[in-house]
Structure formats: C-alpha cells, structure tokens
Design a protein around this ligand. Sequence first.
Ligand SMILES: *Cc1c(COP(=O)(O)O)cnc(C)c1O
Length: 357
Amino acid sequence: MRAYNFSAGPSTLPEDVLKEAQKDLLDFAGTGMSVTEISHRNKKFEAIVNEGEELLRELMNIPEDYAVIFVQGGASTQFAAVPLNLMHGGKADYIVTGNFAKKAFQEGKLYGDCAKVTSSEDRTYTYIPDVKNIPFRDDTDYVHICSNNTIFGTRYVEFPRTQAPLVADMSSEILSREIDVSRFGVIYAGAQKNLAPAGVTIVIAKRSLIQNPLPICPTMLQWKVQDENKSLYNTPPCFSIYIATLVLRRLKALGGVKAMSEINEYKAGLLYDFIDNSPFYSNGVEKKYRSVMNVPFVTPNAELDEAFIKGAAQQGLVSLKGHRLVGGMRASIYNAMPVEGVKALIAYMKKFEQENA
Ligand SMILES: *Cc1c(COP(=O)(O)O)cnc(C)c1O
C-alpha cells in the first residue's frame, strides 16, 4: 500500500504520474530507452521541455514578455542568482518572514546593500507583516519576499505594491493558487515541493529585467542565457523536467490552477477546522495568514507529539515530524496530496486525541 506522505519536500507525487513514468522507464516514446538515458538534444526530449514551458505559461497565465526556464541548484542557488541578475545599483530590500526568506536575505548581503525592511521574527514568524506599511527604501533594484513559508506555515494573502520589481520565492506553493504573474518581476520555485522530484527549479522572469546580469554572474546563473537556450544551455535535469511535464499535464486535465486551489482550500479547511475545534491540538499561526500547503500543529506536550508521529507512521501516515526549528508536527498537503489523505490524517488525530487527552 502507498503511504500518505506529508513530507515538506521532496514530497508526494500523483500516483498516476508515477505509474506513467514507470511505464516509460524502459521505453520512452518508442525510443527503446528511458527518458533518463536519451540525449537532452533528442527531439523527443526537447518536445518535453517545450511542452513543460508551454503548460506553465498556460496554467499560470504568464505574459509573453516573461522568460520561463528550468534550472538546477535548487531554490537556494536562486538566492544568489537574484542579486547576480538584478542588482545593478547594488541595493535591495528583503522582507523576512521565515527561515528561507532569511537565507535569501543573508545570501543577498554577499553581493550588495541589502536591508531587512520588515520581518515577523518578533513572534517567531507566525504572521505576515502588513504589506501596506513597509518602509521600503528608494532606488532599490528589487524587493524580495517568500510567498509561502514552508517551515512556519504562513502565506501572504496580499502582496506588497513596490516601486522596485517584486521577486518571490514560491517554492512551496507554486501552482497551488492563482497568482497574477504580471505583479512580479521574478518568481522562482524549487520543484520538489509541488511539482516534480528534486533537481529542477523554475524561474519566471520579466525579460526586460534580466538583460544585464552583473559581470561576476556565472554563465550558468544568467537567466538570459538559460532563456536564449530554452533551458538547454547545458545538460538539464532531464528526469525532473519530464516528471514536471507529466504533473503539469495532469494539472491541466484536472481543471488548472483555479480548480486545484479550490481543492487545496477544501483540504486545508478540513484540517484547520478540526484543529480549531479540538482542545487537544493547536496551530499557533495568525488565522488570516495560515498556509494552505504546510500545516504545523502540536499536541499538549512534546512526549505526546513523539507518540503521535510514531503511531501515525504505523498507520501509513508518514513524514509528519515538524521542522527542527519548530518542533511538533507539520502536515504538508501539496497539490498531490489527495483529499482522502487529509481525511485519513484527521481520523487518526481524532483517535489519538480520544486515547490520550
Ligand atoms: C524548500 C525551500 C527552499 C530550498 O529549496 P532547495 O531546492 O532545497 O534549495 C527555499 N525556499 C522555500 C520557500 C522552500 O520551501
């Protein structure tokens, strides 16, 4: 039996996609080879990359003047690529709402004058600062945010209006809700949370912003070069791109991002309602800013948390341990987590509460 996998990343993938990949693994598109064995210049592989890009453009309604590229190095490499491609004036603002936002800020500081213009550190990142009241500086090259905070379980409800281009790390929520891409200069996302196996990162960038990377920017990190080469400047992470394309096809067949976002709201609603109506479980995030993708929660004490996680694993509900910075539990309920998985988790939570309250 397949487990319900609540891991924050790498994370669960749709079962039908895995089955299709399994079928293709010995003979991809009549080549007599698997997709991991053929040249990335093979026309049949190029078709996969192009289809992946087209599907992303269609599903996210990405304007034509934006580049859509597949790159390597994870979202963490993009923490450096952002300043290396955009920091012409040597100055950027960062909003720090969690651990990855902080890492992006620290990386940015290696390249120029970066300011933490606001943060939610004072209450251990359990909310998002009011986006209408942020003391942005003048003449910055960009403003960086992390739209969904994977570890602390918060998300932006509204995005700030900025003079400088807005750059967003959307690793743990890309394609989970409708986003107006034109509001952003750059969106990037490691794919291993909501889209594909680890190894590929999506970058969506307004072309007019990326024509002059800094002279010290490595060629591999120049978004312009990756765009001009249609993500095939060097050998790309072929298998991850292939799986991403299958996941995107499936997302389209399910009705696209709007339909997915409704399912996601429903799943998260079931879980938060259950937690809020229980005297035993709690989630410390300010309600308005609760993430629809990552749901941290605790029982009354750490021993019970440990027993909860152990017992859950025996029921096939796995990877529920919270991040080491937060403790307790975290259920990551990305696009690929079926409604039945969330219902099974809630049924287990009920039983555990009855036995331990
Ligand atoms: C997981 C995650 C990262 C780190 O991604 P890597 O691909 O491991 O570098 C960065 N930002 C966010 C929001 C994440 O969830």
